[in-house]
Design a protein around this ligand. Structure first.
Ligand SMILES: [Zn+2]
Length: 348
């Protein structure tokens, strides 16, 4: 793949030889967290929530794989394509996780799992998908099966949904230790007592439709009754506040889970901030089929929500189920606000 941009590391080396007055391009920032060294193309430094997201993902992944967390190198790009990678969104190679923000956790899993050595794409990408914290769902593709994906040699050939869902199911039902034996190259017959095709058939038959994202598994901080106000801190230095979340560069965001007590039509307003996203959380394990929810609120398994942002320009009406919802409030440093108020009112 031909890349139009140099890698950030190459750029830092080149930039360091420029005279102080002679370089027009900005030098990427280098930041350290507990377990990472991050070279970032973003103008804004990492927020507290971005730093803890990186360190928690590294710690959690290492713990699940039975490894010690190690310092990893990350190159963070503002938009695809990521240079030096066959996938436009990022890759882990040469000891560096190169990535855009939305693939950061996936590439961190690759970096931590690298010493284990995967013997095929199905396992390495499956593990990265299963441990990166997002919703895991059954693939919609009818032409992909465990047997077809077993043969995938490149990212472009692999069905990532199937790989992640299969890995999650195997780990949840038979444990990480067995999964890592298969990952290293032992046959499915030796590890699971089933030839590949029979394992694939059991997977098709037995695996649940989906598994919740980690964000939705967090406990609800409040129960919303007929009227509710919730304050979201959006100062970058506050715990949990992130900017690697993509409303646009420079925005910051903070998420909370709120429990809705009664289903119905609600009015939603923001005081301050830019916008809010409302995500309907699903059960931790969605057993049978894709949920079909009414009301225009997207849910945890939606991969391309139709219009996820409600902007802070007046009142919005939306239908909410009696269930946990994850609210993400966006603001910006330019507005000079430290917090945003979300107001929900049940309409009679
Ligand atoms: Zn990957």
């Amino acid at each position: 793949m031909v890349s139009v941009r140099p890698s950030l590391i190459g750029f830092v080396l080149a930039a360091s030889s420029c005279p102080s007055s002679g370089c027009s391009e900005r030098q990427p920032a280098v930041e350290k967290t507990k377990y990472s060294r991050v070279i970032s193309e973003f103008e804004q430094p990492l927020c507290q929530g971005d730093r803890s997201l990186i360190d928690e993902r590294i710690e959690r992944t290492a713990e699940r794989l039975g490894l010690q967390p190690e310092i990893i190198e990350i190159e963070l790009y503002t938009s695809p394509p990521v240079p030096g990678c066959s996938s436009p969104f990022g890759c882990y190679s040469g000891g560096v996780a190169r990535t855009i923000a939305s693939s950061l956790e996936h590439e961190i899993v690759h970096a931590i799992a690298a010493p284990i050595g995967a013997n095929r794409k199905l396992w390495s990408e499956g593990l990265a998908e299963a441990l990166s914290g997002g919703f895991i769902r059954r693939s919609w593709r009818r032409d992909s099966t465990v047997s077809t994906e077993w043969e995938a040699k490149t990212s472009g050939e692999l069905d990532y949904l199937l790989a992640g869902h299969l890995a999650q199911w195997l780990i949840a039902s038979r444990g990480m230790e067995a999964f890592l034996r298969a990952y290293r190259g032992e046959s499915t017959e030796d590890v699971y007592g089933l030839p590949l095709e029979a394992l694939g058939e059991e997977y098709e038959r037995e695996a649940p439709w989906g598994y919740s994202s980690e964000g939705c598994l967090e406990e609800a901080v409040s129960l919303v009754t007929d009227e509710h106000e919730e304050t979201f801190e959006i100062d970058c230095a506050t715990n949990g506040v992130r900017h690697l979340v993509g409303l646009y560069p420079g925005s910051v965001a903070s998420s909370k889970n709120l429990g809705i007590e009664r289903a119905g039509r609600y009015e939603l307003r923001l005081e301050g901030g830019l916008a809010v996203q409302v995500l309907r959380c699903l059960d931790p394990v969605v057993s049978t089929e894709e949920p079909d929810l009414e009301g225009g609120v997207y849910h945890d398994a939606d991969l391309s929500p139709p219009n996820p942002y409600l902007f802070a320009d007046g009142a919005h009406e939306l239908e909410l189920d009696a269930s946990v919802h994850r609210f993400t409030v966006y603001g910006t440093d330019e507005l000079d606000e430290d917090s945003v108020r979300l107001i929900l009112r049940r309409l009679k």
